[in-house]
Design a protein around this ligand. Structure first.
Ligand SMILES: Nc1ncnc2c1ncn2[C@@H]1O[C@H](COP(=O)(O)OP(=O)(O)O)[C@@H](O)[C@H]1O
Ligand SMILES: [Mg+2]
Length: 505
């Protein structure tokens, strides 16, 4: 909103961009060196007679792992209803039939091809307008958005100008590093790690929800014409902003509540998704981004729809660093609600404890405390938790939590409709929507008057006509101003006792 913050943000962004550009060029040069080392290694290994046996057994172990990863994906695919008799080969994406292990006569490679075409064809059925490799022609890299153990995420601008996020295998990540250490085969490892991207594509197709990042398409194979493109996968996603907990901690309660509410809506969906009850095994703020203020899950490769089988309740324990819980083992021999409860407790420990209680509106603290207790003790299921959140939202939106505001409070103020102010003397408050002044959300002029009365510097406030995501009004509080100016969208309220001499321009 304000210019000063915009400028310093821009400066910081510029600096970050320069640093990132350097990082990306370092990354590219190290990938090239990496490539040089690979071919060196392969030649050396294949040339040495003594190492032949070792090499074969490492290879066998890697192929075993590849098969394990494939098997994980198969149950996530849509049931096969492919009876249209079309010739599917026409639609094959570039590189789809060129897999590294097929070239090396792996007997299982046909399985891999059919799995991959199932992934791509499944997607084609589900979204006819999906982007493919051709969308990436003439794209421009903008910046690195983030990286993790497995993936690198880059912001690019497509030829038409649309910004998107691309997910690729992170060549410098822990997953690649460990695999290469174990199997000494970077190409094979790239293919192995690509399975996490393939799994993510399938999950993004099947778990579509407003709080899951939108899959725009994917590109498989060697479309760039470079070396080693076999099995390479690029996922095209809507671009978000990585969740910044520190920044969020300094934001108004309304924005922090929104993140928690979005998370609960997501967990509610996951508890009864098309794949069954889904647990997020790697549940951390860094697996989420925001898109226009709403929270979206982006890292799905560690999502699991598997049920835990059990004989007794003791087989159904959830272990966290400071708490353990035991859940019931059902008559069917599965742990009842294990995934759901696991997600709820993680939401409590990574999100609610930091974001929800502090600065909650006084009229809502008892409801917030109730949520903190019921989720922290795993007493509520996800339906009850969602209900509690939606109830708070309803009260907050309607202003019903403000029942004891005396109507007389507004009589201390002179109102001027259709007016704004200029020559303002601002003061700061926390947490403000603006860095320069004191801008807070209010339900009504009455609530704003209450706030103004509680700030010793406050002598007037303006209802700006701008609204927050809940529909509450943004009010700007100030200690004085020089002039009133016509402004059709806003209203100025001046405290009668301290009303300064004003002149209309
Ligand atoms: N669509 C996106 N928009 C912006 N940033 C993203 C997006 N997807 C992921 N990121 C960022 O990239 C990081 C790595 O992505 P992620 O899928 O979590 O990879 P990994 O599986 O290696 O952890 C995330 O922590 C997040 O900050
Ligand atoms: Mg991640």
């Amino acid at each position: 909103m304000p210019g000063g913050m915009g400028n310093s943000l821009r400066a910081a962004a510029l600096l970050a961009f320069v640093v990132l550009s350097i990082l990306v060029s370092l990354l590219i040069s190290s990938v090239q060196q990496f490539g040089a080392r690979i071919s060196h290694f392969s030649n050396a290994t294949l040339a040495g007679d003594d190492d032949g046996g070792d090499f074969a057994s490492l290879r066998g172990a890697l192929i075993h792992q590849l098969n394990q990863r494939r098997k994980e994906i198969i149950p996530l695919l849509l049931p096969d209803d492919d009876d249209d008799g079309d010739d599917d080969d026409e639609n094959r994406l570039p590189g789809e039939s060129r897999h590294y292990f097929q070239l090396d006569q792996d007997p299982d490679s046909t399985l891999d091809n059919s799995l991959w075409s199932e992934i791509t064809h499944g997607s084609r059925r589900a979204h006819m307008d999906e982007m493919g490799c051709d969308s990436l022609v003439d794209m421009q890299a903008v910046e690195v958005l983030g990286s993790g153990y497995t993936k690198l995420v880059v912001k690019v601008r497509l030829a038409g100008g649309q910004p998107v996020a691309l997910k690729l295998v992170n060549e410098q990540g822990i997953d690649m590093g460990k695999c290469v250490e174990d199997f000494k085969d970077p190409r094979g490892c790239r293919e192995l790690v690509s399975y996490k991207l393939k799994k993510e594509i399938v999950l993004l197709q099947r778990l579509q929800h407003p709080n899951v990042i939108k899959l725009k398409g994917h590109c498989a194979g060697d479309s760039g014409g470079g070396e080693g493109g076999e099995g390479r996968v690029t996922v095209i996603l809507e671009q978000g902003n990585p969740l910044q907990m520190i920044q969020l901690l300094q934001s108004p309660w309304e924005d922090r509540f929104r993140v928690c509410l979005d998370l609960v809506r997501l967990l509610h969906f996951l508890s009864q998704s098309p794949l069954g009850s889904v647990a997020l095994l790697d549940f951390q703020p860094r697996q989420f981004v925001t898109v226009s203020g709403s929270l979206k899950l982006t890292d799905l490769d560690d999502a699991s729809a598997e049920e835990t089988s059990c004989q007794t309740d003791a087989d159904c324990t959830l272990q966290f660093p400071h708490r353990n819980f035991t859940l019931p083992c059902s008559a069917r021999g599965v742990c009842e609600g294990l995934s759901e409860k696991r997600n709820i407790y993680n939401a409590y420990r990574y999100f609610f404890t930091y974001l929800l209680p502090h600065q909650a509106p006084p009229g809502l603290t008892h409801l917030v405390d109730h949520i903190m207790n019921s989720t922290g003790e795993l007493r509520a299921d996800i339906n009850q938790t969602l209900e509690a959140f939606e109830h708070i939202l309803l009260l907050y939106k309607s202003g019903l939590h403000l029942d004891n505001l005396p109507p007389s409070i507004i009589r201390d103020y002179t109102v001027m409709r259709g007016m704004g102010t200029s020559g303002n003397v601002e003061y700061r408050c926390w947490p403000s929507y603006s860095q320069q002044g004191c801008v807070l959300s209010v339900h009504s002029a009455r609530e704003a008057a209450l706030i103004c009365n509680s700030h010793s510097q406050c002598s007037s406030f303006t209802l700006t006509g701008q609204k927050t995501w809940t529909g509450r009004l943004l009010a700007s509080f100030r200690s004085s101003f020089a002039h009133l100016v016509p402004d059709g969208t806003s209203e100025v309220y001046v405290k009668k006792t301290t009303a300064p001499e004003t002149s209309t321009v």
